[in-house]
Design a binder for this molecule. Structure first.
Ligand code: SF4
Length: 236
């Protein structure tokens, strides 16, 4: 996975190891969300964002841990380096934009989002780093949270239409589980998992735009000292 065969030394570094661990967690989230949406669909409950919505990015700047910024930096560097490496969550090479500065300067002046990666004119997902987006962006709309009472609840995003078969816009996940046999991933569980990748960096959580320059410098210097390695020959 993740081009490890071409970049063994990078994946042995602490930066590479943390990116790999985060990739594993992000895959678990995607799988849990997919299971939830599919289980609902089997009961004729269709949970989906309105097409071309992107409202969750308007006026929003995610806070991220350093590892989340590293993950995006790796995505930008590898998908623009002209290599054939295709990390697990990064199957396609998007429009080539070679430097972080270029990415950060792509904002349209009338863009309603402060996030440097938001592109309201991009069809579908309005995020230029969608495949590498941070935790909060992944969970928004498709996760459950813990209420003050201790119960876990799933609340529909205000832009989502109420699906047929939903009795309310906020549901107890126990009821949801009884009805469709699945629940969306619990936000706090995954927040803790990501924090556990590097607990010492908890106090370094900061806005995405502030986190990106140092992440880009960190990951690019590691990649510079860990050049791609040849594919191992298949055993005869
Ligand atoms: S990182 Fe992407 S999904 Fe998250 S706020 Fe920015 S544009 Fe939106």
């Amino acid at each position: 996975m993740w081009g490890q065969r071409q970049n063994l030394a990078f994946w042995d570094t602490s930066v590479g190891q943390k990116i790999l661990t985060l990739d594993f967690i992000f895959r678990k989230i995607s799988e849990a969300q997919r299971s939830f949406i599919e289980a609902a669909a089997r009961h004729d409950i269709h949970i989906a964002c309105p097409s071309d919505c992107g409202s969750c990015c308007h006026g929003f700047m995610p806070d991220v841990l350093p590892v989340e910024a590293d993950y995006i930096a790796y995505y930008i560097l590898r998908t623009n380096s002209g290599t054939s490496s295709k990390p697990g969550v990064i199957p396609e090479v998007p429009a080539a934009l070679p430097t972080l500065e270029t990415w950060l300067s792509q904002k349209q002046p009338d863009n309603p989002s402060p996030c440097p990666f938001h592109d309201p004119f991009s069809p579908g997902a309005n995020c230029r780093v969608y495949l590498a987006r941070p935790l909060i962006c992944r969970l928004f709309g498709y996760s459950s949270s813990r209420a003050k009472t201790g119960q876990t609840i799933f609340r529909l995003c205000r832009h989502m239409p109420t699906p047929e078969g939903f009795s309310a816009r906020t549901l107890d996940t126990k009821e949801l589980n009884a009805a469709i046999g699945a629940t969306p991933p619990l936000m706090s569980d995954f927040a803790m998992e990501i924090l556990a990748i590097d607990p010492s960096s908890a106090s370094e959580r900061t806005q995405l735009s502030e986190a990106m320059p140092s992440a880009f410098a960190r990951v690019s210097s590691m990649l510079r000292y860990c050049p791609d390695e040849p594919e191992p020959h298949a055993a005869a």
